[in-house]
Ligand binder design. Structure first.
Ligand code: TMP
Length: 208
């Protein structure tokens, strides 16, 4: 039978520090001699990165939430086929900065209740969850000011503002309660190193 790797995802609101934590976990695992593929969504494969640009640049009302569900899922399918599935089949550890939980929250609850559509498309086209998901929990106001401080051009979702940021934080916490077997909530309102140490400890326990 083919070797099977481990799939770890990081989730949280914009500015939660999850991208930094995903990178630090990849570094930690590599230092321990593990083979790691660090990746992100939307993106993580050349075609999916092209879809990323369509999704993250432009005016907030550029796409409806329904169209976004289709585009994020299309990007995810490409990411799964080209990057995630081959890495897992080769026995590697995949560390992804976001996966389907982001769609469940950003597209599933923030502009009407579309969660059923997200889940239906996910089971039809993706059919896989992460083995372990870290939800980096962060004060919504602080997260938003950190995200805006970056001054990038991928700001479509940041333009939605603080009330929505608050709704998304609650959405991620609700997902953690819904999927307790794979989700761990981490307090992100602490020093980066303290957060990284907790994430590393939980991952090491999971891998044993
Ligand atoms: P990032 O800032 O973590 O790179 O994520 C890009 C943005 O895309 C972020 O604002 C969240 C959003 N997003 C969704 O709305 N739905 C999704 O399924 C994913 C993966 C990201």
């Amino acid at each position: 039978m083919a070797a099977q790797g481990v799939f770890i995802s990081f989730e949280g609101i914009d500015g939660s520090g999850k991208s930094t934590q995903a990178r630090l976990l990849a570094d930690h695992l590599r230092a321990a001699g593990r083979q790691v593929v660090a990746t992100r969504e939307p993106g993580g494969a050349p075609g999916a990165e092209e879809i990323r640009r369509l999704l993250l640049e432009g005016a907030p009302d550029r796409w409806s939430a329904e169209t976004e569900i289709l585009l994020f899922t299309a990007a995810r399918r490409d990411h799964l086929e080209r990057t995630i599935a081959p890495a897992l089949a080769a026995g590697r550890i995949v560390v992804s900065d976001r996966f389907v939980d982001s769609t469940r929250v950003y597209q599933g609850i923030t502009r009407g209740d579309l969660r059923d559509k997200v889940d239906a498309l996910h089971s039809l086209m993706i059919g896989r969850e992460a083995d372990l998901t870290f939800i980096i929990d962060m004060d919504p106001g602080l997260g938003l000011s950190r995200a805006r401080g970056r001054n990038g051009h991928e700001e479509r979702f940041e333009d939605f503002g603080e009330p929505m940021q608050r709704q998304m934080r609650d959405g991620f916490l609700a997902l953690a309660r819904e999927f307790p077997d794979r989700c761990v909530v981490i307090d992100g309102n602490r020093a980066m190193d303290a957060v990284a140490a907790e994430v590393a400890q939980i991952t090491d326990r999971h891998l044993r």
